[in-house]
Write a protein that binds this ligand. Structure first.
Ligand code: LER
Ligand code: MN
Length: 270
């Protein structure tokens, strides 16, 4: 398994669970100095950083791009893939496509988290799931040209009412017409929703394509009450070889959070 750390460039996401903020060159330098394999970038849109400057930063610091978040489509533009408004749904699909095109040339998949939206008075659950299926199929196929999957993230009940567990995520992905979508296992959401986190990871099994590595309280790994032994054993048992990406609050500050996470990563990986 490889290490990664999040960088947010999205002003509207202030207070969110991202370790580094605002300054991508500084974040890349610090990530590299601490020995991370990769950065995960949460950007306001596909034009936030040019392809050349991103490629230059990754090359200079010998980092990979682990993934790109698409949540700005929601927090900045209020787009979701399950909006009752067809125009907004289309804009949401177009936004995610542009983010796939942003990360794709660097081998980084886009993550659908908050862009999935929720059902409610204006949209039945069946309708929302149907629109989500259509969007994930379209976007999974769009990602294929880069040789990468699309990553779909179940969230906890306070952020979505659609899919909240790895098992429900597998059921959803198995029902798609595209086989190019993988699950994100975010340990913070799983700590709220799964009966047992290790069992949830085994439910996700071969479908898991990315992990958000964080503690129970969304602080960096080791700063909460998560029991990591069974979690690492479950990831090894399912043959997971992707990133453990630090999507955590910058607690007590960004640098300390980054140091804490990489120390915990080495402790667990041996
Ligand atoms: C949202 O809670 C989350 O976990 C992120 O990965 C998406 O912004
Ligand atoms: Mn997450």
């Amino acid at each position: 398994m490889k290490s990664a750390i999040t960088v947010s460039l999205v002003n509207e996401a202030r207070g969110g669970p991202f370790v580094f903020w605002d300054d991508l060159p500084a974040a890349c330098r610090q990530a590299a100095e601490l020995g991370y394999d990769a950065v995960e970038v949460f950007a306001p849109g596909p034009d936030a950083v040019s392809r050349e400057s991103l490629a230059g930063l990754l090359k200079t610091h010998r980092l990979s791009l682990a993934a790109v978040g698409t949540g700005a489509g929601w927090v900045k533009h209020k787009l979701t893939l399950t909006s009752p408004n067809a125009g907004i749904r289309q804009q949401a699909v177009d936004f995610v496509k542009s983010m796939i095109d942003f990360g794709g040339p660097h081998g980084a998949p886009a993550i659908i988290g908050s862009m999935q939206g929720r059902c409610g008075e204006a949209v039945t659950r069946d309708q929302a799931i149907d629109w989500l299926r259509q969007a994930l199929t379209t976007l999974g196929e769009h990602a294929r040209q880069y040789g990468i999957p699309l990553i779909y993230e179940p969230l906890n009940r306070y952020e979505t009412n659609l899919i909240t567990t790895e098992a429900a995520g597998v059921e959803l992905l198995e029902s798609l017409s595209s086989d190019n979508v993988r699950l994100l296992a975010d340990l913070f959401h799983m700590n709220i929703e799964e009966v047992d986190i290790a069992a949830g990871l085994k439910d996700g099994g071969r479908w898991i394509g990315h992990v958000h590595f964080v503690d129970s309280n969304r602080r960096p790994a080791g700063n909460g009450h998560m029991t990591y032994g069974p979690i690492v054993a479950a990831l090894q048992a399912i043959g997971y070889q992707g990133y453990l990406s630090a999507e955590a609050l910058p607690w007590p500050n960004s640098l300390a959070a980054a140091k804490q996470t990489i120390a915990k990563y080495h402790e667990l990986m041996g």
